[in-house]
Design a protein around this ligand. Sequence first.
Ligand SMILES: [Zn+2]
Length: 327
Amino acid sequence: MIPSRIGLAGLALMMACAENPTTGEAQTKPSFEKPKLQLPGVYRFDVGDFHMTALSDGTVPQDLPSLLTNTTPEEIDRLLHRAYLTNPVEVSINVFVIEAGPRLVLVDTGAGELLGPGNGGKLVSSLSAAGFRPEQITDILITHAHPDHCGGLVVASNNAFVNATVHIGKPEVDFFLNPANSAATGYDIQFFEQAAKMLKPYVDAGQVSLFTDTAEVVPGITGSVQPGHTPGSAFFIAESQGETITFVGDIVHAGAVQFPKPNVTIVYDVDSNTAAAVREQSFSVFAQQRALVGAPHLPFPGIGHVRAEPEGGFVWVPVEYTNRQVN
Ligand SMILES: [Zn+2]
């Protein structure tokens, strides 16, 4: 029992100055003063000759029953329980760096300041911890124009990547840079405003390159438009020495639910039926090809494989953790 008149501060002091019962000498315990945040998230791996780095932009709690659609709160609870999770779940925001020969390529930019203080926005510090400077980035591949993917483009009203070309699907820009599409579709105007705030300064600076369908955007890296979650959502496949990784953008937000049940959709989908079809078909292809996948919202570093289950549905298998010099 803790005597109430001493209080916690007094108790801590007593513990810090406790005597060694054997020697009678005063002993000082370490106070364990330390930062309350995680250290920057940096994870390195290789795909062929391409050195890659996964960077954490942070994590955000997500209330799944209010976000997931084409499901029930009971189904969500059951699947979370199976994965040893409880709502709200902590969703990663992962960004990837590719050293592709002379090019230094970023896949997405995290949330910047758009999700509010404490939610994302760690890209610049993660980049720095990994030994990169924003001005070294030559190309940025935007999987889609949602705030948690393009929000790092402009920070404190300045273009964060002054030397980079931004590659993005043309349908994405056509949709999000025309606010009339909000009224036409009922999709929240805030997404259009945020996308414009991030992309227009790069359009004005002549730093945006658009692609349609499938196109090589950087030597060894191909973008392909996969409409559904948004009209210009894109995959990017990096290939070197016969090895590949496919960066998939938001085909999955809540892995514990959407791998076993790929038909479960999310309120952020512009076209949820097509988004579900893309998810199911992509999971199937990735499983069949044993393809390495990089996903922005699966637990950091968000790299792994998709396995098809005999009874239906899929499982996410994260890569084996490696922590030694590999190149
Ligand atoms: Zn997202």
